[in-house]
Ligand binder design. Structure first.
Ligand SMILES: NC(=O)c1ccc[n+]([C@@H]2O[C@H](COP(=O)([O-])OP(=O)(O)OC[C@H]3O[C@@H](n4cnc5c(N)ncnc54)[C@H](OP(=O)(O)O)[C@@H]3O)[C@@H](O)[C@H]2O)c1
Length: 261
């Protein structure tokens, strides 16, 4: 791992390091604790250490941009969670991501940690694409209606990163920020929003019926604990980076259109 990072640093001479790699399977992480901690925790110590050595040798201040998650919190309360709130993860995935954050914070390099939530996109597998597939193939689904948060599109994050990278002051930046869609919803409401947009754009044949049942977290009978409150407060992001936070509905509508048209 360290060798690979060193090779990239020495041969590519990057201006920034962006880490979006992570062990993200929340269910499997419970059984593969060691791997989750290696990828989401220890790897950050190695990345930061290599950047630090490189910076000293080259007299540079190469910054790390890293992504983290709402799962570092326990989801208590109903208010949007501020970046400075105490981390208290409920599951192994969250614990390993929290460990990664701590490892970055204890290193001497410049860093920006962005915690995001409920990422959806027209690419790869995600909740919106699952619901679209279910509408086409199934007659009903159960969706949790008592976990609150804001969907965020990968496209929105990518646009933000593009702007950020053009910003020459990146080298001097340090801090932990929250970035997510504006507003709030539940997975159940999001599923309904996807269905409404599907009907608007494609219509539903008369013989086809599709029903979304609202269930509670307890009814899911999952052994994995998930935060009920994933609302992230983005005030410091808006103040620091003068970013316009786009409503989750606008973001999600955009990817549904791209996927269905
Ligand atoms: N998705 C969400 O809802 C969400 C919410 C909050 C925060 N985040 C954070 O956002 C970031 C990106 O998440 P995502 O949803 O894009 O996850 P993802 O789809 O699972 O992508 C993770 C990426 O990491 C790579 N990766 C995993 N283990 C690796 C290893 N040992 N070495 C090198 N690469 C490795 C994977 O490569 P392969 O494709 O080859 O497996 C994949 O490309 C993560 O930090 C995650 O914690 C995501």
């Amino acid at each position: 791992m360290s060798d690979k990072i060193r090779r990239i640093l020495n041969h590519e001479s990057p201006d920034i390091i962006l880490n979006l790699a992570a062990y993200t399977n929340v269910e499997k992480a419970e059984e593969q604790r060691e791997i989750a901690f290696a990828v989401n925790g220890d790897a950050l110590t190695q990345i930061c250490s290599e950047i630090s050595v490189y910076n000293s040798k080259q007299n540079k201040n190469l910054p790390l941009i890293h992504f983290s998650t709402d799962y570092v919190f326990d989801g208590g309360g109903v208010e949007p969670i501020r970046p400075c709130a105490r981390m208290n993860p409920l599951n192994v995935y969250g614990q390993s991501k929290a460990e990664g954050e701590k490892n970055i914070l204890s290193s001497p390099i410049s860093y920006l940690i962005f915690r995001t939530s409920w990422v959806v996109s027209k690419y790869r597998n995600n909740f919106v694409k699952t619901i679209l597939r279910k509408i086409e193939n199934d007659s009903e689904i159960n969706v949790v209606g008592d976990q609150y948060g804001a969907p965020t599109t990968a496209e929105f994050i990518a646009d933000f990163l593009g702007q950020l990278i053009e910003d020459n002051s990146l080298q001097t930046r340090k801090g932990v920020y929250h970035i997510c869609g504006k507003g709030e919803t539940t997975w159940f409401e999001l599923a309904n929003f996807v269905f409404e947009n599907f009907k608007k754009l494609k219509g539903i044949p008369k013989e086809k019926s599709f029903r979304i049942n609202r269930i509670s977290t307890d009814e899911m009978q999952s052994v994995i604990k998930r935060p009920r409150n994933s609302r992230l407060c983005c005030d410091s992001l808006k103040n620091t980076f003068s970013i316009e936070q786009i409503h989750w509905k606008t973001q999600v509508e955009g990817i549904i259109k791209d996927l269905l048209q």
